[in-house]
Write a protein that binds this ligand. Structure first.
Ligand code: MN
Length: 457
């Protein structure tokens, strides 16, 4: 097994070596120009932007343009991705504290976010510049256990961020801080390796430090350093760290912001983060994720797939693999590969899959000969193996995603499609056509045609 990549610059070197990293023209505008290029290349290339908006710190985007890239960063094949992730979740590695860190080579005691960092504005109606690829690390004020998660962070002032906290772990810690009447100590870490980004998306219980999952994915504990102005521990080799406090009862307007379903999350009263210091490497890189881009969708998608597969296999050992389709924003449309052994099993799997996450709106179950990562194959299975009167499951009025604009306040209808071949079918009836040798073609023997006239006579 190859080694996992452990910091952002090593990953950028890997991408540069094999031509996956493009370099944009210097001095592109931070407002829209940079995001436009990122969007246009989101499925093919990472991009580095020198001197964006005249700023000395370069910006990178699309550092994960494809799920294969995540596998490459972990040193495994993409078919091992979900298994490897769950293995890391089950066998976390405690971080190791160090006293010297490249993340603190430069210290700004007087924070001025837009002066000190190149922070872009992405989508048309975004309220302004946002930090979108920052891992927010918070500390349980009672126990000191840390949590990692990514939140949208609006630049509200030179030393103030508006942070959307959904009802998950950071908010739970904020409530504990409120009960003790103390601010919640936090840090926002920008510029880490793909494994750390993926670990931050793990669906694990409260008080489960996701950085220890990153350590397990690295095969080596993460070195952490204490922040200069609070007790939060951050990865020592991060590019940039923003240290600060969230005041539990304070709210200010934040948004709109382009979100993962390719629609805007509205302007609402969000938490306020007061910045106490900005630290970074001597020559740091700023990572940005364009809202709704492939990179945005993949990060959450892969972590969810791993959890969904794990839960489904506990109920149904014959489930072989799952995939959250890109067209379903890596959240709403699930494809399940099943080695069906009894009739009706696919419908039970559909019902089980809805229970694994309320976001899941459509489940398609296919046989093992269908490549669930190829939307054309999945559509083909539905076209040729599914009949709506006998193979469709509908569950009206269930809990769904609040960000799905077709749902009414998050109430949504679930749809399941059993696209598996009946077990008692005549094998010749569902025999897939195939050209002998189609998988062994040597493309080196095929050359561009330069002598058409000669060939046609
Ligand atoms: Mn957590």
């Amino acid at each position: 097994m190859a080694e996992a990549v452990r910091d952002l610059r090593s990953w950028l070197e890997v991408l540069a070596k094999d031509g996956r990293l493009l370099q944009a023209k210097p001095e592109l505008a931070l407002r829209f120009e940079l995001a436009a290029i990122s969007k246009a290349t989101e499925n093919e290339n990472a991009v580095i932007f020198p001197r964006p908006g005249g700023h000395s710190i370069p910006v990178v985007s699309n550092i994960l343009a494809d799920r294969q890239w995540m596998a490459d960063a972990l040193g495994i094949s993409s078919s091992e991705l979900l298994k490897r992730f769950m293995q890391a979740v089950r066998n976390p590695l405690k971080s190791v504290e160090v006293s010297q860190a490249s993340a603190q080579e430069v210290v700004h005691d007087k924070p001025d976010l837009l002066q000190q960092l190149p922070i872009p504005t992405h989508n048309e109606l975004d309220s302004g510049p946002y930090i979108s690829a920052g891992i927010l690390i918070s500390r349980n004020p009672e126990t000191g256990v840390q949590n990692l998660s990514i939140h949208r962070c609006q630049i509200s002032a030179a030393n103030k961020l508006g942070v959307l906290l959904l009802p998950r772990h950071t908010l739970a810690y904020a409530h504990r801080a409120a009960a003790k009447k103390v601010p919640l100590e936090v840090a926002i870490v920008i510029g880490v390796d793909p494994a750390t980004l993926l670990a931050s998306q793990a669906i694990v219980p409260l008080d489960y430090d996701e950085l220890e999952i990153a350590g397990a994915l690295h095969g080596k504990p993460v070195d952490v350093v204490k922040c200069r102005t609070n007790n939060v521990r951050v990865p020592a080799n991060a590019e940039i760290v923003i240290e600060g406090r969230i005041i539990p009862d304070e709210r200010e307007p934040e948004g709109p912001f382009g979100e993962f379903p390719q629609y805007y999350g509205p302007r609402i009263d969000s938490h306020v983060l007061h910045v106490d210091a900005v630290t970074h490497r001597r020559n740091p890189v700023f990572h940005t994720i364009v809202g709704g881009s492939t990179e945005h969708l993949l990060l959450g998608g892969i972590a969810r797939e791993a959890t969904i597969l794990d839960q489904l296999q506990r109920m149904f050992p014959d489930v072989k693999d799952v995939h959250l389709a890109r067209g379903g924003v890596c959240r709403y449309h699930l494809v399940v590969q099943l080695e069906k052994r009894s009739e009706g099993q696919a419908k039970n799997v559909i019902l089980g899959a809805f229970a694994t996450h309320y976001d899941i709106k459509q489940v398609v179950v296919v046989d093992c000969d269908v490549n669930i990562h190829d939307p054309i194959e999945v559509q083909w299975a539905v076209a040729t193996r599914f009949q709506a009167d006998r193979d469709l499951v509908i569950v009206p009025g269930a809990q769904g995603s609040k960000l799905d604009p077709s749902a009414r306040s998050g109430v949504s209808t679930k749809m399941g499609l059993d696209a598996t071949v009946p077990l008692d079918a005549d094998p010749s009836h569902f025999l897939r056509i195939r050209v002998p040798g189609q998988d062994d073609v040597n493309f080196d023997e095929l050359k561009p045609c330069t002598s058409l006239e000669k060939l046609l006579g």
